[in-house]
Write a protein that binds this ligand. Structure first.
Ligand SMILES: O=C(O)C(=O)C[C@]1(C(=O)O)C=C[C@@H](O)C=C1
Length: 369
């Protein structure tokens, strides 16, 4: 076949694609206008005017995967639609996403994986600042790490939830799962390194490799893996455990890749906003509770409400409540949405046993970034 002729066919398809993309973008602007109108009549049951709607995105992904008959893979179709929806979101005035920075953190990668390249990103230096920027409406959404498959819960995030919950106006709107590979980055050779910087989570995930390859080298904990890369780029004979993207951002060589012990290492992030999505039939909810520790069995009685309402509990963590000595705040994640009848009934049943009972949010279950 003639090469020029084939290219002309591609050009013809491109013309149609661009026309259709713009037609879709115009319709998404109509959706945005309808949401604004509906949110004004919320008392009449209208859908809130949120721009990012994880439940609708989930429906779009499953619809386009259903329509796909190859040769493109489902992953490619989903990645393209991720960008198409990101572009729809970016048509809205000044959509900003804040994340736990600086540039190049895994929170940054997670935010980009979910919101694509078309929106603006703002790094914040603490988890508290991410939440403030959402609450003060400086950004529409915020992305914070919540747990890692190897190293467990991110206690810093839970502690900020505790410190803020009494006056908090943020809600958990979505979740992101990001595969995470840690790298050793430095301007020096392995044998010259005298100090390694990283976040405690990244040290935990790479513990075995560091023990084997850099025994007796001091490990300095800092606020983020990207901060570690920044420090390692400025200091002699130092290195950082950080993401591959930090090597370019901070001018460091990659001395070793995927040094995390668990090769399926994955971090889960929460997307914070000012409201929750509607129930989809496949949601999870994240709760904070305290019980009166002097009342024997209070915790078990509170949690029994989930079993009695046929609700699966998927995780539980505790942190000091910060209110009284030896009093704990329990973080419980359950299947279901706070608007589901069985979740409502469980919350009502457990209330008498709880001193605090806060639903931080309900969000559609997500399996991939
Ligand atoms: O359906 C919506 O609510 C839209 O805003 C449209 C759309 C899309 O482009 O399909 C855009 C962003 C949302 O996160 C979900 C879907």
């Amino acid at each position: 076949m003639d090469l020029e002729q084939i290219r002309a066919s591609i050009a013809n398809v491109d013309r149609q694609i661009v026309k259709l993309l713009n037609e879709r973008a115009r319709i998404s602007l109509d959706v945005a206008a309808a949401k604004r109108q509906n949110s004004n009549k919320e008392s009449a049951g209208g859908e809130a005017g949120d721009i990012y709607v994880p439940s609708q995105e989930k429906r779009v992904f499953s619809r386009v995967k259903g329509l796909n008959c190859g040769p493109m893979s489902d992953e490619s179709i989903v990645a393209i639609y991720r960008e198409i929806m990101s572009a729809s979101i970016s048509l809205q005035p000044e959509i900003t996403i804040s994340y736990l920075g600086p540039l190049g953190t895994f929170s940054h990668e997670a935010a980009q994986a979910r919101f694509g390249e078309s929106v603006s990103y703002v790094p914040c230096s603490t988890i508290d600042d991410v939440i403030s920027s959402v609450e003060d409406e400086k950004s529409a959404y915020g992305v914070v790490p919540i747990e890692n498959s190897t190293h467990g819960i991110v206690v810093q995030t839970l502690d900020v939830f505790i410190a803020r919950y009494q006056q908090s106006k943020f809600r958990i709107r979505g979740e992101i799962y990001l595969p995470v590979n840690q790298c050793l980055l430095s301007r020096y050779q392995l044998s010259a390194i005298r100090k390694v910087y990283s976040h405690p989570q990244a040290f935990g995930q790479s513990k075995e490799w560091l023990k084997q390859n850099l025994p007796d080298i001091s490990q300095v904990e800092v606020a983020s893996t990207a901060k570690a890369a920044e420090l390692a780029s400025a200091e002699t004979y130092s290195a950082a455990v950080a993401s591959k993207s930090c090597s370019q951002l901070y001018g460091l060589d990659i001395l070793a890749e995927a040094i995390n012990s668990n090769k399926d290492n994955t971090t889960r992030f929460f997307i914070l906003g000012k409201s929750c999505d509607k129930p989809t039939g496949d949601d999870k909810s994240f709760l904070m509770i305290t019980v009166d520790h002097r009342q024997p069995g209070a915790l078990i009685k509170a949690l029994e409400a989930f079993a009695l309402n046929n609700i699966n509990m998927t995780s539980m963590n505790s942190r000091p409540s910060g209110q009284r000595m030896w009093q704990y705040m329990f973080f419980v994640e359950v299947e279901g949405h706070e608007e589901d009848a069985n979740v409502k009934s469980a919350l009502k049943m457990m209330a008498p046993y709880c001193l605090d009972l806060v639903v931080l949010g309900s969000y559609p279950r997500q399996l991939v970034a």
